[in-house]
Design a protein around this ligand. Structure first.
Ligand SMILES: [Zn+2]
Length: 135
């Protein structure tokens, strides 16, 4: 697992409660539904209910079908993040460090900081997911 994948894992298991990062926003819009299952100790892929998170984690490590789906979901969130990052431009002036998003479908959108960009991502879920659909 790379550093992005382990960050995504922390988010979907709820270890990062108030995440305002771009990767956090991308995780929520791409595989946010998984988070809800994990928090209820339900496997998002086969629907089995577990007594606790420990036994659910054990299942996601040892059941080969669910493990593969779990891993590919995490990989998908990271892929969306890596692809989206290509369209993020740093805007540095002596006074501020803004960012802009240069999506192929839109004119440049400017943000004061990455947190503002993350909020925009959360409110434009369908638009972003349609650019990077799961294959
Ligand atoms: Zn399962």
């Amino acid at each position: 697992m790379n550093v992005y994948e382990s960050y995504v894992e922390k988010i979907i298991w709820g270890y990062k409660a108030s995440d305002k990062s771009v990767l956090g926003a991308v995780t929520d819009i791409s595989i946010g539904y998984i988070k809800k299952f994990l928090q209820c100790n339900v496997c998002p892929f086969c629907g089995r209910v577990y007594k606790n998170r420990r036994s659910l984690r054990f299942h996601l490590i040892h059941n080969s079908v669910c493990r593969d789906l779990y891993k590919s979901s995490i990989k998908y969130a990271v892929d969306v993040y890596v692809m989206l990052r290509r369209y993020i431009v740093r805007l540095s002036t002596p006074k501020r460090n803004g960012v802009a998003l240069d999506l192929p479908s839109r004119a440049r959108i400017k943000f004061r900081n990455k947190q503002e960009l993350a909020e925009w991502i959360r409110s434009h879920k369908d638009e972003i997911i349609s650019l990077f659909p799961m294959v």
